[in-house]
Ligand binder design. Structure first.
Ligand SMILES: Nc1nc2c(ncn2[C@@H]2O[C@H](COP(=O)(O)OP(=O)(O)OP(=O)(O)O)[C@@H](O)[C@H]2O)c(=O)[nH]1
Ligand SMILES: [Mg+2]
Length: 201
């Protein structure tokens, strides 16, 4: 394991009531509240974890999904390393709104290269018996809209919650690795025979 812990900011977005706060609380405190209140503005919690030998401090930002709190949540998007787009599998409207959430995030976080940004899609409330969105439909949206990883979770039953946050970390680490390769790939080779040509005026 490499010594120093990496601080990663992950943000949960999605309609009011899909279970963002419940996912964060399940992951960080292992508790579930069936009478949870709507979030006002934003809240965050940290959790340390190890993924593929890397020590990471995950700073999870939980935002208010209700439209009336838009101005309270958007200032906190900047600096996010990963965005968890969340819907509820028993609520078609929340699935339909994923595109708007992504758009809002890209705008307020001022993401320079949206097609490269690590989004992860979560279909929560997997424990519900009556679904409105099938796994296949959600997967299709993810592959058509940028090839995002898709995970189904239940904050209530603690299904795949750890897996969801670990996937977020993996996506960020993979992106970092990719960027490092790109930077090194673009390094100017001072000994290259092309050098005279490219520097010549
Ligand atoms: N059955 C079931 N209920 C859940 C699950 N996750 C959350 N809930 C319930 O759904 C309701 C809304 O959950 P929240 O976590 O408050 O939703 P939210 O996305 O944070 O909502 P906002 O804060 O308004 O944006 C609460 O009553 C939760 O108990 C789940 O996995 N399964
Ligand atoms: Mg909430």
């Amino acid at each position: 394991m490499s010594g120093k812990s990496l601080l990663l900011k992950v943000i949960l977005l999605g309609d009011g009531g899909v279970g963002k706060s419940s996912l964060m609380n399940r992951y960080v405190t292992n508790k579930f509240d069936s009478q949870a209140f709507h979030t006002i503005g934003v809240e965050f919690l940290n959790r340390d974890l190890e993924v593929d030998g890397r020590l990471v401090t995950l700073q999870i930002w939980d935002t208010a999904g209700q439209e009336r709190f838009k101005s309270l949540r958007t200032p906190f998007y900047r600096g996010a390393d990963c965005c968890l787009l969340t819907f509820s599998v028993d609520d078609r409207q929340s699935f339909h709104n994923l595109s708007s959430w992504r758009k809002e995030f890209i705008f307020y976080a001022d993401v320079k290269e949206p097609e490269r940004f690590p989004f992860v899609v979560l279909g929560n409330k997997l424990d519900k018996s009556e679904r409105e969105i099938s796994t296949a439909e959600a997967q299709a949206w993810c592959s058509e809209n940028g090839g995002y990883p898709y995970l189904e979770t239940s904050a209530k039953d603690d299904t795949n919650v750890t897996g969801a946050f670990e996937e977020a970390v993996r996506q960020v680490l993979a992106m970092e690795e990719h960027m490092e390769h790109t930077v090194f790939g673009n390094t100017i080779d001072l000994h290259s025979s092309d050098r005279t040509r490219s520097l010549c005026c």
